[in-house]
Design a protein around this ligand. Sequence first.
Ligand SMILES: Cc1ncc(COP(=O)(O)O)c(C=O)c1O
Length: 397
Amino acid sequence: MIRRMPTAGTPLSFGETVGGVLGFAEREKVIADFRSVLRNFLEVENLSVVNSGTTAFFILLQLFKQLRSSENRDEVILPAYTAPSLLLPIQAAGLKARLIDIDSSTFNMDVKKLPSVVSERTLAVMPIHMFGLPCKVEPIIALAKNHGFFVVEDAASSLGTTIDGKQTGTIAPFGFYSLNRGKNISTMAGGIIVWKDKRLSQKIENLVTDLETLPPHAQAIMTLKMIGLSLAVRPIFYSLLSPIISKFKYTTLHTHFDSFRFTTMQAGLGKKLWKHADDLTKRRQENGESLTKIFKNKDGFTIPSIPITALVAFNQFPVIVHDLNRRKMLVYRLLAQGIETTFLYEKPLHHIFPELNPGGDAFPNATYLAEHLLLIPPHTQISQTIIKNIRNVVESI
Ligand SMILES: Cc1ncc(COP(=O)(O)O)c(C=O)c1O
């Protein structure tokens, strides 16, 4: 039987799983300890944790509403290719999304287009470090000085990616991360908020402590799920269980999000996990470098250009496959080797939500990316032998 590699997921060791189980019975202090571990890792002073990246973003949007100079500022600018679920907190905060095309060479927001899109209605601009790839943030911060909008980095998928030695997510005045399943480091679910201005700490802490605590039975279920999932992503179990596991994968559009406080179980698990956060990050960087060598300058494929000062902790390795038949063949042949790939979002935001399309196909680069993308897993279970198999498959088509 060919061992099957999941698209995402790092198996938890016995010690980490026990850390989570013990955390379930611990007091709030374990959360404070975990926050300080994260502060050291990200080299930031101000940081809080909540139940998801979506909630982290929602809290920041609520903060921006408290701080805004005028109620007319109600637009949040984000790239047209990204996670559709990001629209939920924008809507929940009573705000409007405004899209901007992506740059087909970086796969991220086309920052050059921003000056023609920002206006006196812009409340915030959100560069998103998609797949772990660093988006240029400095020009946006410079623009914000003249236009008075907030800049928030979505580093949900880029935990561990650095540029010029700085962690993505910590360059702009605000940022957030996701610790959800499938993210670079995962505590089952979770979100981290970071901000630079200490004077805002009380306001942010108030918004976080206003969140409800997850009831004990729900915390117990999460702990059981953590144990189940830590086993399920091991290739041996995954190969046997993949028909069942695939039923639990998100395939439909989210229509709702819950907001809760971070739990002690997650903090207990996170504290253990972070003992080798540097190794987990390095493996993603190395696998990304190996995959880059396979696809670089290869006819029919485009991979993102990466600034030389960046170290990319790839969440997924993105490749544009220009010929869709070739993409189909690649998916099929990789799967025959036990390597699962994904297309992730097969449509850009303005196709999923036509009301965000100002006319025609306003964001063609985002559309092309969504329709031609293939994501190859770079996670820590992908060994050099598997990379060699990927190379052989790519050479064969
Ligand atoms: C780019 C991006 N931002 C935000 C989120 C939301 O994070 P969470 O799943 O923790 O709510 C995701 C999740 O997939 C994401 O990919």
